[in-house]
Design a protein around this ligand. Sequence first.
Ligand SMILES: C[S@@+](CC[C@H](N)C(=O)[O-])C[C@H]1O[C@@H](n2cnc3c(N)ncnc32)[C@H](O)[C@@H]1O
Length: 287
Amino acid sequence: MLSNNYLSKLDIKKILLKNLNSITGSQAEQESQIMISYLSKSENNLDINNSEIDKELINKILNERVKGKPLAKIINEKGFWKKVFYTDDYTLDPRADSELLVEQLLIDYKKNNQKHLKLLDLCCGTGCLGISIIDELDNAFCDFIDVSEHALTACKKNIIKFKQQQKTKIFHSNLFENYPINRLRNIDFIVCNPPYIPTRNYLNLNKETLHDPRISLDGGKLGMDYYVKIINFLISLKFKGVVYFEIDPIITKNMYKFLLEKGVKIVYKKTDYLNLDRLIKIKFPTI
Ligand SMILES: C[S@@+](CC[C@H](N)C(=O)[O-])C[C@H]1O[C@@H](n2cnc3c(N)ncnc32)[C@H](O)[C@@H]1O
């Protein structure tokens, strides 16, 4: 670990890499950069003046990381899309996979940038999806729903951090339970990354993933519980907007079968950077 106060930035990096290699493998380089940036409170670690780095704190972080706690859960932040979001023990750390939802939505709506768009980020966690989207669409407004009050506290922190108070509203609700129905009827699109890990798989997840709250991951017996509830509700409402769901190869077979049975139209599906099923955009029957 780090003991000498006169170590250069390069020395610090070497020590970090040596310690991180055994636990994070190919991620070691990236994590060491994030740590150095975090500790020097700089967005760009190339500009760091070595004297700015707090060696005591870096030792503390490294100790926790070596014990297997994810870096985002130690430093309470995680980069997503174009921003660094606050995250904590009560939220799912934003994942790079989910950036596909932001990217695709922006492709669909950036050309309509003048139109007032009403978005709902359902199962919002940190709010990383909704915040990233409205940040790039001048006239878009976003409601956020989560059942976890703690997650909503984190979401609020991010809304304030990125100065989006004027374009956002938070609802504490079990799915649509406490969300005004007339408000829902006026939503143009819902973006949703629900818990979707089948319970059996949840119990076998790796130790690092288990630092995320179970309520953000466990999607019931087949991983379909949330999709089924959400889709059935929107069908009964004859919802006119579209839904962008994050999905996973683990549930796609059951998902497509369910959508077919319900007469729900798949507008398109997309795969992520690993070529895995990751996104579906759907529309509901209106008659
Ligand atoms: C997979 S996480 C997604 C978080 C965030 N949207 C993201 O993409 O990083 C799922 C979220 O759903 C929330 N959640 C679980 N059950 C819920 C329910 N019944 N109603 C609303 N939100 C729920 C969890 O608290 C968690 O924040």
